[in-house]
Design a protein around this ligand. Structure first.
Ligand code: 1PW
Length: 214
């Protein structure tokens, strides 16, 4: 497993997202957060310049892990049970951050939006030409997703960080799943699982009108 020790392997991280969906199409928070921790390791292996990006995601993962091991942990077993519990008990700020600034619902929403970026970025890497620029793939996928929720200053800093990204082949090698060709195959197998988790979450949040939480 892509834990704290041992070689990093992106395949294992992406497989974790497969294990987080139950037969009833519920999303288990434990594996979801473990998958995210793996993604952060991947991000950190790209260099220190990405630490401002990973720091925020890490803080959010930590908030969620605290809920998952806290007094109400059984309410935080799945995304569905979390939404049900927090909404029914008035634990979600819907107009502006005030009494519940770090609700599970708003925290996961940020990770959910970032997951869309990651999915689009990895899809761009998978389908890109050997000589395509990863900074362009990354910027395009960012602009088409997460950037819409970020203020100018963050968009600027993110775009500067993207310029330091390695080449497509170096990237595929960092994933540590074999040759670039094998990494492309792995991405083709694994990305549908991330898409699935993303889709279920999006549907759940839309049903409960939670997609614009402050
Ligand atoms: C190349 C691999 C890409 C992996 C994506 C990793 C996560 C991306 C996180 C971007 C964070 C940028 C800086 C922080 C921004 C926050 O203001 C923002 N957080 C996110 C995750 O978008 C919103 O959170 P907030 O301020 O409402 O608590």
């Amino acid at each position: 497993m892509a834990g704290e020790q041992g070689a990093f392997c992106l395949r294992e991280v992406l497989v974790t997202f497969q294990t987080c969906v139950t037969e009833r199409r519920e999303v288990l928070l434990g594996p979801y957060l473990r998958g995210w921790r793996g993604l952060i390791r991947f991000l950190n292996s790209l260099g220190a310049i990405f630490s401002f990006v990973s720091k925020d995601a890490l803080a959010k993962i930590q908030i969620m892990e605290n809920y998952c091991s806290g007094e109400q942990q059984e309410k935080y077993l799945t995304l569905q049970s979390m939404v049900q519990y927090e909404v029914a008990n008035g634990l979600v700020d819907t107009q502006k951050r005030s009494e519940h600034p770090d609700s599970g619902c708003r925290t996961v929403l940020r990770l959910h939006r970032a997951l869309r970026w990651l999915q689009m970025f990895l899809e761009g890497l998978r389908t890109g030409q050997e000589d395509s620029k990863t900074s362009v793939i990354c910027t395009d996928s960012y602009n088409a997703s997460l950037a819409n929720y970020h203020p100018w200053i963050i968009r600027k800093a993110a775009t500067v960080a993207f310029r330091a990204l390695p080449s497509r082949n170096a990237f595929l090698e960092i994933m540590n799943v074999g040759t670039p060709e094998e990494a492309v195959v792995m991405l083709g197998d694994a990305l549908p699982h991330i898409c699935n988790v993303y889709g279920i979450t999006e549907e759940l949040y839309a049903q409960h009108k939670l997609l614009d939480l402050p």
